[in-house]
Structure formats: C-alpha cells, structure tokens
Design a protein. Structure first.
Length: 452
C-alpha cells in the first residue's frame, strides 16, 4: 500500500510539474501572434495483473499524454479569408492614393484653368506683348504639369509593380518553408512539443501566404497542408493551382505587361488572384493604366484644340499660325512656340496687328467646353477620389468582419493570462499535494518497518 501511494504521488507530481512548465510557456508567449495555447492531456493510469487466471485492476495514478493544441479549421479559414479581403482593399487604396497625390501635386487642373484665364485676359488687348508673353508662359507651365502628372502616375505604377515582385518573392519563401514543415511533421511524434511548434509554424506560413493570395488548405492525418491558390480562371475540377503539395512547393512567377498590368503563373496556369494583397495590386495596376490612358487623352485633346486654333488663325505679323504644342501625349507634350507674337489670335488672313479676337475666342471656348480638357481633368480627379472613397467604405466593412473573425480565433487559440495565472496557482498546489502524498506514504512505510 505505501509503495502504491508513492507511485501515485510520484505520477501526480510529475503531471503537475509538466503542466506547470506548459502553463509557464503559455504565459511567456501570450503576446506571440504565432503561438497557440497548449494544455497537457492527462489520463487515469490503471494497472492490471493476472494471478491464477484471475485479473485484477488497480488505480495507479495519472499518466501524462500528449500536448493538446486547440485549433478550428473553420475559424482559421475564416480569419485568413477575411484578412485577405482587407489586405486587398488596403493595397488598392494605397496605390490609388499615390496616384491621387501625384495628380494633385502636378497642379494640372490649376494649370489648365490658368491657361484658359491667360487666354481670356488677352481678349482685352490682343496686341499687348506682356499679355502674349504671359499666355505663352502659362502654356509652357501647362506642358510641364502634364509631364509631372504622367511621371507621378508612372511612379505610383512602378511602386505597385515593385510590391508585386516583393510579394511573389515572400510567397515563394513561405511556400518553401511550408513544404519543409510538412516534411518535418512526418518525423515528429504526435502530441509532442515538437509537433505543436511545427503546427504553429505551419499556421504562420499559411497566414503569410494568404495575406498575398487567398488560398484553400487541406490537412492530412499528420497535419501536413496541401495549399491551392484561389484563382480566376481555375484549373478544371480544381479551385486553383497547387502551391504546396506535400513536401513539394511550386514556384510562382509574375509578369508585368507592356501596359503595366500584372499576371501570374503557377503550375502551368496563368491566372488572376481572387483576393489578398496581390489582388489589390492587380486591381490598382488596371486602374492606373486607365488613369494614364485618360491623362494621355486629355493631353492630346489639349494639343489638338490649341494647334487647330493656331492653324485657323493669324499671328501678330499676319502670318499663318504655327502649332502651339508638340507631342501626342502627357509624357512628350511641350511648348512649340518661342514668342508671344506667334499666338494666332485673329482669324486666318487678318492683317498684321489685327485686334480681332475671333480665333482667340474659339480657342478659349474649346479649352473650357463641356468635353474639353478642363472638364475631363476635373472628371479624372473626381472619379479617382470617388473610387478611393468607395474602397475605404468597403474596407471599413471588411475590417469589422476581419476583426470579428480574429477575435473568435483568439478566443479559441489565444492565451488568457488570468486563466493561466489561476491554473498556475492550482497546479502548484497540486504539486505540493502530491509531494505530501509521497511524504505520508513514506511515513506510513517507516511506521510499518518500526513495528515489533
């Protein structure tokens, strides 16, 4: 009997000590986002014996089982998917904000308005050298504004393209790491601390991948993950191409087209991501391409309207008007005139020094028309601002969903310091109680030995 008590107390003390160590580990990693709370599986240990074909069972303490690591595949998936949606909106907004800032800093809208104003001012005295020089200068500044706006959009586009390259590199690194983790999971003992650590690393790799591309993950009986990226289009019979299959990781590649848009290739399939930060970058690049095309169209409209007016007018010396601008788009537009006297304000065929502003009025009307460059630039800025505002509203809703999903997952897998502290006290008391059982058993044994 005393020996049995010693064995029972010893097993209880061993289990309490192991639980204390695990609780201390939980507390130490409470702020670690990649850590999932652990607990120890304890089982009642029953000893069996057979004497003369008669079996007998006796409780013999507690047996330490494996480490229990809570985790819900449904909650993990929900948290990853909702975070991927927020990441998509974030990247889309960031790129478009850069574009909006570039257009505003270029002063393009103000440049067009100033150009129109300088031409309108010429109507009061079309032969005034100062007014003519001022109009030419505003035309030169307008050309610079177009080039600045185009450079700003190009910079926003290049920054987003750099994000594509970095994101692809990080995703391939995470996929390689996940394949290595899958290999290690085959080697570790189920329920061990090593397995729990690998599960933490696996979930962290999945989170890193899903932040760039939305994914679908399946797990085998050893916890190894098979990952497919959700794509459009998807392979026949599948939801997307395989990124990680067992211990193998396929390399993702990206391609930037001549128009600045991005596409991806994985496992022989060229596709567009459905969600995640990369989907946001793809959406932004498509949008930026459209904005750049619109800017070029505005620049060409300005060039054509100004040059058509010049072609139908006469300069101050009576000669036919020459082109005001050169170039065909926002990147190469430039002032072509060298002198204010070359402005063709009067109708073609007018005598030298004519004060007839009919042709000038035609140019002013063309610049300020409802379909003119001023209105088009205003529409460009307004549509960009509206697009960003809409995305921000969408992001707010997605953030609420993502926050709820993250909170649900944290309740399932996170460390509650209050509960862990209470458990630590309880386990310390259990350790002391089992130590006392051992001491009592030892005292009983000594008393028995001391009997005569």
């Amino acid at each position: 009997m005393p020996i049995d008590l010693i064995s029972i107390g010893q097993s209880g003390a061993r289990a309490a000590r192991a639980s204390i160590e695990l609780t201390a580990q939980n507390i130490a990693n409470a702020a670690n986002p990649d850590y999932v709370r652990r607990s120890l599986q304890l089982e009642e240990f029953v000893a069996s014996a057979v004497i003369d074909f008669t079996s007998s069972d006796a409780l013999s303490g507690v047996r330490v089982g494996g480490i229990v690591r809570p985790g819900s595949a449904l909650l993990q998936t929900r948290a990853r998917d909702s975070a991927a949606d927020v990441a998509r909106a974030d990247q889309d907004i960031a790129a478009l904000r850069d574009a909006e800032l570039a257009l505003e800093r270029s002063g393009l809208f103000r440049g067009l308005v100033d150009f129109e104003a300088s031409l309108t001012l010429l109507e009061s005295d079309p032969t005034d050298p100062a007014l003519r020089t001022g109009a030419v200068e505003t035309a030169r500044q307008l050309a610079v504004s177009f080039q600045s706006a185009q450079t700003g959009l190009a910079n926003a586009q290049e920054l987003t393209q750099s994000g594509v390259s970095v994101g692809v590199e990080e995703l391939n690194g995470a996929a390689t790491e996940l394949a290595r983790i899958n290999l290690e999971l085959v080697k570790v003992e189920p329920g061990s601390a090593a397995q729990a650590n690998l599960f933490d690393a696996r979930d962290a790799a999945l989170r890193d991948i899903s932040s760039e591309f939305s994914l679908s993950a399946e797990f085998d009986d050893r916890g190894r993950a098979t990952v497919r990226l959700l794509s459009n289009p998807a392979p026949a019979g599948e939801i997307g191409p395989a990124l990680v299959d067992g211990t193998s990781a396929n390399a993702l590649t990206s391609t930037i087209a001549a128009d600045g848009t991005a596409s991806f290739d994985l496992d022989g399939l060229t596709f567009t991501p459905v969600s995640g930060a990369m989907a946001g970058r793809v959406s932004a690049l498509n949008d930026l391409r459209g904005r750049a095309d619109t800017l070029d169209a505005i620049a060409l409209s300005t060039i054509n309207r100004a040059n058509d007016a010049q072609a139908n007018g006469a300069a101050l010396d009576g000669s036919p008007g020459q082109p005001l601008f050169s170039g065909t788009n926002a990147s190469d537009i430039a002032l072509a005139l060298t002198d204010g006297d070359q402005l063709a304000l009067a109708p073609l065929g007018s005598p030298p020094g004519s004060r007839d502003t009919t042709n000038l009025q035609t140019l002013v009307a063309a610049i300020g028309a409802d379909d003119g460059p001023i209105a088009a630039t205003d529409d460009l800025l307004l549509s960009l601002s509206s697009r960003i505002s809409g995305l921000e509203t969408t992001r707010e809703g997605l953030s609420i969903i993502a926050g709820s999903a993250a909170a649900d997952l944290l309740r399932e897998t996170g460390v509650d310091l209050d509960q862990e502290a209470a458990a630590l006290i309880r386990l310390q008391q259990a350790f002391e109680a089992n130590s006392r059982v051992i001491q009592v058993a030892n005292d009983i044994f000594d008393t028995i030995l001391g009997l005569n």
